[in-house]
Design a protein around this ligand. Structure first.
Ligand code: C2E
Ligand code: MG
Ligand code: MG
Ligand code: MG
Length: 290
């Protein structure tokens, strides 16, 4: 029966499925080990003000290095942790660690800046999220005005009323809120006016071809002007080239993040970086901004 081409296909597909299932199973086991053996750590990527060139904040980004030295991208393992029901505990660890790090930088006398933490959808629907956040801040001794939380828009659209209430509660605590990856995936502009957020982070997808694609430039320009009229600030993500930076300055974007300015760094590397002169400053000077 299995000698026809169809039969071969059948085997081909089952082999594929088995391989997928096996690799998922392996990854799940490895993630459980990672939690037990503390294989996660954080890097911090600076967010630079285009108003005065200062470091306005750093985004905490989770990293996973396996015992064999290989690294796995969070884009890969975060969804898996979500499915496994482990994202809330890992997410709490991220919050806790980022708050402690921010406080320790303040105590070391570094210029003050915020720390941003990404929240997954599963964390955002936790009933006790505010208490968890409060506990992390209190334990670190960090003032809430130095914490920013990043959430994605797809998460808001699912249950607007509950989302608005959660955001408002967090905002009432004095925490800043940002919409991450704005414009990517599902987008509805109408809901935006209901969200008590402070910042829109324009998705890297629009920044990539900003200097060469008129449509992308138009979108970025429109988002910046809409955000400003709504009293929101704009951060452009994924700035990799000086041309993009020049355009963002001229469009009135107030903040940028990207490899051209700084990569995500380990805390001690970031501390050294903060002391060094910055090559990107020259892009701010001609406009009298720096
Ligand atoms: P995100 O929150 O949008 O973070 C920005 C991502 O873009 C980071 O990738 C960062 O390293 C990368 N990036 C920044 N500038 C550039 C650039 O100029 N060029 C390029 N090519 N990439 C740039 P990363 O660290 O791999 O994280 C991917 C995503 O994983 C994050 O996207 C976020 O959604 C998620 N993530 C990371 N850490 C956490 C976490 O602690 N909790 C949760 N829930 N999600 C996290
Ligand atoms: Mg983010
Ligand atoms: Mg993003
Ligand atoms: Mg993202």
């Amino acid at each position: 029966r299995a000698k026809q081409a169809g039969g071969q296909n059948y085997h081909y597909f089952t082999d594929e499925l088995t391989r997928d299932a096996v690799s998922r199973f392996q990854m799940e086991n490895q993630l459980r080990q990672a939690l037990l053996h503390k294989e996660f750590y954080l890097e911090y990527q600076p967010r630079i003000s285009l108003v005065d060139g200062s470091v306005r904040g750093v985004e905490a980004l989770i990293r996973w290095q396996k015992p064999d030295g290989t690294r796995v991208s969070p884009a890969e393992f975060i969804p898996q942790l979500e499915e496994m029901g482990l994202i809330t505990s890992v997410g709490e660890w991220v919050l806790h660690t980022a708050c402690l790090q921010a406080r320790s930088w303040q105590q070391a006398g570094l210029p003050e800046f915020k720390v941003s933490v990404n929240l997954s959808a599963k964390q955002f629907v936790q009933k006790d999220l505010c208490q968890i956040v409060d506990k992390c801040l209190a334990h670190a001794g960090l003032d809430s005005s130095f914490l920013e939380l990043e959430v994605t828009e797809s998460l808001m659209i699912e249950d607007l009323q509950t989302s608005v209430r959660m955001l408002q509660n967090l905002k009432n605590m004095g925490i800043s809120l940002a919409i991450d990856d704005f414009g990517a995936g599902y987008s509805s502009l109408g809901y935006l006016k209901h969200l008590p957020v402070d910042t829109l982070k324009i998705d890297k997808g629009f920044v990539d071809d900003l200097a060469t694609d008129v449509a992308d430039a138009a979108i970025v320009q429109a988002v910046i002007s809409m955000a400003h009229r709504m009293g929101l600030e704009v951060t452009a993500e994924g700035v990799e080239e000086p041309d993009q930076l020049d355009l963002l300055v001229s469009l009135g974007c107030e903040e940028v993040q990207g490899f051209y300015l700084a990569r995500p760094m380990l805390p001690e590397i970031l501390e050294d970086w903060l002391l060094k002169p910055k090559a990107y400053s020259k892009h701010l000077l001609p406009n009298g901004l720096c």
